[in-house]
Design a protein around this ligand. Structure first.
Ligand code: UDP
Ligand code: MG
Length: 318
């Protein structure tokens, strides 16, 4: 039987917390009764610098049920960092962690399925949104466009998966080896490797409170999601420069033909050619410099180069 922690980040969630805690405890009880998880499994709320009564509600919930625990961060660090803080806090105490937003828009009935799939040898189980009916139209469209853009930039993520997932202890240990600061968990976790699978998550409307993801936060996340994993934007600059250089040669032909035909104004040919040539050379140069910076950036992250899944070593080597 595994000891499970359900980690839930909260930022100004006073309206949702009691309801959320009630449902999660009910779920833990049913899983404990079914013999799926051990009785010392628990919920961990990560208070991400809330300005409302969230933390005092978490304290109150903890007084009435010790299976509800919490950590309170010194200031608001954002959804991604809050989840990481929670996972790293419980990492050495548990066999597995489920991360779920405090508003419980995700389908909590997926959690027992996730634990079952872990039992079948999957180290990571991703909740994948099968229906976005409950999302506002704008959010749905922008989110889908974002997944496509990410894909075209070569960032490997799980399509339609947000941060509702199960991770076993080994995957958590793997995640702890990543030292980078600008984290985007949806891009990072697939890099850990190990056997993984997905479950279908039918999301529902937020019952109380407003979405904490403002447009600015969403754009920041999208920007991090691409720039932390891909230097393709830099490659695009180099490519643009090369295309411009080809255009410069086409221009050369055009200018020469115009000269021969006599259709020109004095100074026009040299000006025309210099604009295109200098432009393309500068763009290529930026691209080349950018490529080195891009490589340095990727190196600087000091990501682990490999994570061992299984090993068959002689006893004394372990
Ligand atoms: N959240 C957080 N820190 C923040 C912003 C959000 O911990 O700075 C939490 C929030 O309380 C919620 C989860 O992250 O549990 C997802 O936020 P929200 O539900 O507002 O986003 P949406 O579902 O609208 O994308
Ligand atoms: Mg939400």
């Amino acid at each position: 039987m595994i000891r499970l922690a359900i980690v839930s980040p909260c930022y100004n969630e006073e309206e949702m917390l009691r309801i959320s805690a009630g449902r999660l405890i009910e779920l833990l009880d049913s899983m404990i009764n079914a013999g799926q998880i051990s009785p010392d499994s628990f919920v961990l709320y990560v208070n991400d610098g809330s300005k409302d009564a969230s933390w005092s509600i978490i304290e109150e919930l903890n007084r009435s049920d010790k299976r509800i625990s919490g950590i309170s961060l010194a200031h608001n660090v954002g959804h991604q960092n809050a989840i990481l803080a929670g996972m790293m806090t419980v990492r050495t105490m548990v066999d597995g962690v489920v991360t779920i937003d405090a508003d419980l828009q995700d389908d909590i009935r997926c959690i027992p399925q996730m634990v079952d799939l872990y039992g079948q040898g999957n180290e990571i189980v991703y909740g994948v949104k099968v229906s976005r009916e409950a999302d506002p139209v704008l959010k749905r469209i922008t989110a889908q466009a974002f997944y496509k853009l990410q894909d075209s930039m070569g960032v490997q993520t799980i399509y339609n998966h947000a941060d509702f997932r199960f991770m076993g202890r080994r995957a958590l240990d793997g995640l702890s080896l990543f030292e980078e600061r600008n984290i985007y968990l949806r891009g990072l976790i697939p890099l850990i490797g190990y056997k993984s699978t997905t479950v279908d998550d039918v999301i529902s409307n937020r019952e109380h409170g407003k979405s904490k993801y403002t447009l600015r936060r969403m754009l920041n996340l999208a920007f991090d999601g691409i720039t932390s994993f891909s230097i393709r934007p830099i490659q695009i600059i180099t490519l643009t420069g090369t295309v411009m250089l080809i255009l410069a040669f086409a221009m050369l032909v055009y200018v020469v033909v115009s000269l021969i035909m006599g259709h020109y104004v004095p100074g026009w040919s040299s000006l025309m050619l210099s604009v295109w040539l200098i432009g393309s050379v500068l763009t290529i140069a930026i691209g080349v410099v950018g490529t080195y910076i891009g490589k340095m950036y990727m190196e600087m992250k000091r990501r682990p180069r490999y994570i061992i899944d299984q090993s068959l070593l002689p006893e004394d080597k372990i």
